[in-house]
Design a protein around this ligand. Structure first.
Ligand code: HEM
Ligand code: HEM
Length: 185
């Protein structure tokens, strides 16, 4: 059996950082719109901000397909020996949950929009095919899923970032470097 690599491939790294940037930007814009703007006082501006949120977030749906395929065909680096078995298990579970969030948030967002009678636009270029007709019953289900899942994702990502920084600055191991650097031949 060949040894596990020490670094993520360049492709995996680019996908991780590109999607992290999109995700964090979309999250901040969604949170701003959902909690600091109201249709009553901010009118069309809120509409524009939600549209921006959607246009930035939908590319995640395409990128995650490539990323899951890439992950399936390219194993992740092994975690440092210094980590206990339960900690390694927790790290793996959190990565799984992050992947599930990367699939579930944009999908629930699209169903939220369609059920409210709005499109799901991509980078101001085109709309995704509308899969359902406007439906307040579906909206009453997908809206809270999108909102609560986004809050949970926010908390998890704060933990994920702190874990990466702890590995780098306190444990001084290779975990953060595995996502930023390549082996020098
Ligand atoms: C990476 C993907 C996404 C993330 C991280 C994300 C995150 C969020 C967050 C944090 C909120 C605010 C929740 C709150 O009210 O506190 C939100 C609201 C919302 N999201 Fe998303 N979202 C994503 C994808 C999408 C997509 C693809 C769509 C639709 C095509 C969408 C449609 C909406 C809508 C309509 C709202 C309500 C905004 C408002 O009430 O002002 N989201 N999202
Ligand atoms: C500035 C913010 C971020 C930093 C510093 C960061 C750092 C890292 C590091 C160092 C790893 C490798 C961990 C390991 O080998 O155990 C990793 C993996 C991962 N990150 Fe992030 N990350 C950030 C943001 C995000 C965001 C926003 C998401 C998406 C929701 C995300 C999703 C993932 C996933 C799914 C993995 C597992 C990759 C795999 O094994 O295939 N990250 N991250």
């Amino acid at each position: 059996m060949s040894a596990r690599p020490q670094y993520y491939t360049r492709t995996a790294q680019i996908l991780h950082w590109l999607m992290a940037a999109i995700f964090i930007t979309a999250w901040l814009i969604g949170f701003y719109s959902g909690n600091f703007l109201s249709y009553g006082t901010d009118g069309a501006f809120k509409g524009d901000i939600i549209t921006l949120h959607k246009n930035i977030a939908t590319p995640i749906l395409f990128l995650i397909v490539i990323r899951i395929f890439w992950r399936y065909t390219h194993p992740a680096p092994s975690l440092p020996e210094s980590m206990s078995a339960p900690m390694k298990k927790i790290a793996h579970v959190i990565h799984w949950v992050l992947y599930i969030i990367l699939v579930a948030l944009p999908i629930t967002g699209c169903f939220f929009s369609w059920s409210a009678g709005h499109p799901a636009p991509v980078l101001y270029l085109f709309n995704l095919p509308t899969l359902i007709a406007p439906n307040p019953h579906i909206m009453a289900i997908v809206k809270p899923i999108h909102v609560y899942l986004s809050w949970f994702a926010g908390l998890l990502i704060v933990g994920h970032v702190f874990a990466a920084l702890k590995h780098h600055f306190i444990d001084r191991d290779n975990v953060l470097k595995s996502m930023t650097s390549q082996a020098k031949d």
